[in-house]
Design a protein around this ligand. Structure first.
Ligand code: KG4
Ligand code: ZN
Length: 337
């Protein structure tokens, strides 16, 4: 079964063709990084307009790369949640037109579940596993039993992890995207120069949850309070200390989930998975089998949408042409809704 996947939930415009949910025949990912760089953050209006201009070209190039004729497509899968609604609507409308024109089935895909599926496109990971999804828009610790199931164990109660990197970098003028700039600076810094606090979310129900808003405030407004009094208050030291707090906070919750569930397979996804400290810390846990997808499959991409779309179509899930987009998904705890 050959499925085309469309992804436009944020600032990546991507289309891919995937065979049997496993083999990527061709993919194009057009990033809007340069469009948003002057604003040091994704501007929703610019994102949706750019998708509108790019989507047809991205689709044509993806088909050419795959060497596939539109008539060979057995289905069209599209991210319809969660994301920036204006951006989602562009991909969704395009996918609807294509499915209608071809008389092919259409299926809406949950972007978060697709991130968990991404590593399966390189080489299969056995279920069940724990998933760690960290990007500019999401921070999730989940348990997955199958491609179509995801139980959210923990999430952020405020800002996403990547969002905290971006906001700290923007405030100090470190560069864009913030995560990349902080990662680069942190390699030359002292991560003990500031002892930024972890949020104490000890109450029942928050066992695996994180909070980044307090950390962000501490780094931006309360440097003195957490300074060790000796190290230089340099960009490198601020970056290294912030990165230590942000990454370790998340990994503590993940390791708690490992201990509680007994699961030792961990799948990591999202832009923050590129972080050097996170990769090194996870790699040091030799008792875990940690799978990082390639960079192309880690960030937003059409292949993971087509891959999961295959499983949905095979299970008999189809959507009608009045399928809507949605900014959020409920914190779901069962199989695919
Ligand atoms: O998955 P992604 O490309 O887009 C979405 O947000 O969906 O993730 C982008 C996020 C940004 O917040 C960026 O600052 C962060 O990932 N990021 C990093 C690194 N590279 C990208 N954060 C920490 N360290 C990095 N090396
Ligand atoms: Zn994403």
């Amino acid at each position: 079964m050959i499925v085309l996947g469309v992804e436009s939930s944020c600032d990546e415009c991507s289309v891919a063709v995937v065979e049997d949910g496993a083999t990527v025949l061709g993919q194009v990912i057009a990033t809007q990084l340069d469009e948003h760089a002057p604003f040091q953050g994704v501007v929703p209006e610019i994102a949706s307009r750019t998708h509108t201009r790019w989507i047809v070209g991205v689709y044509r190039r993806a088909l050419a790369r795959a060497g596939v004729n539109p008539r060979d497509l057995d289905g069209v899968a599209v991210t319809n949640r969660p994301g920036l609604v204006g951006s989602l609507v562009v991909g969704l409308s395009f996918a609807k037109g294509l499915a209608y024109g071809l008389g092919a089935p259409l299926v809406g895909v949950n972007h978060m579940l697709a991130h968990l599926y991404a590593p399966q496109l390189a080489s299969p990971v056995e279920y069940p596993f724990l998933g760690l999804l960290v990007s500019g828009g999401h921070t999730i610790i989940a348990r997955s039993e199958s491609p179509l199931s995801m139980e959210v164990l923990g999430t952020t109660i405020d800002d996403a992890c990547g969002e905290a990197f971006d906001k700290v970098a923007k405030y100090y003028g470190f560069g864009y995207p913030g995560g990349v700039a902080i990662d680069r600076l942190a390699r030359k810094g002292d991560d003990r120069a500031f002892a930024f606090p972890d949020a104490s979310l000890h109450k029942a129900g928050h066992r695996y949850d994180v909070s980044y808003s307090g950390l962000k405030t501490a780094v931006i407004n309360q440097l003195d309070q957490f300074w060790n009094g000796a190290s230089e208050r340099s960009p490198e030291n601020i970056a290294a200390s912030f990165e230590r707090a942000a990454v370790d906070m998340l990994l503590r919750r993940l390791y708690r989930a490992v201990a509680d569930t007994g699961l030792t397979r961990v799948v990591v996804g999202g832009g923050v998975a590129a972080n050097t400290r996170m990769r090194a810390s996870l790699a040091a846990r030799t008792d875990l089998q940690v799978r990082f997808p390639t960079l192309e499959l880690c960030t937003d991409n059409g292949a993971m949408i087509a891959g999961l779309g295959y499983h949905l179509l095979r299970s008999g899930t189809h959507d009608s042409l009045d399928l809507d987009a949605s900014a959020r998904v409920e914190r779901f705890r069962s199989t695919y809704p």
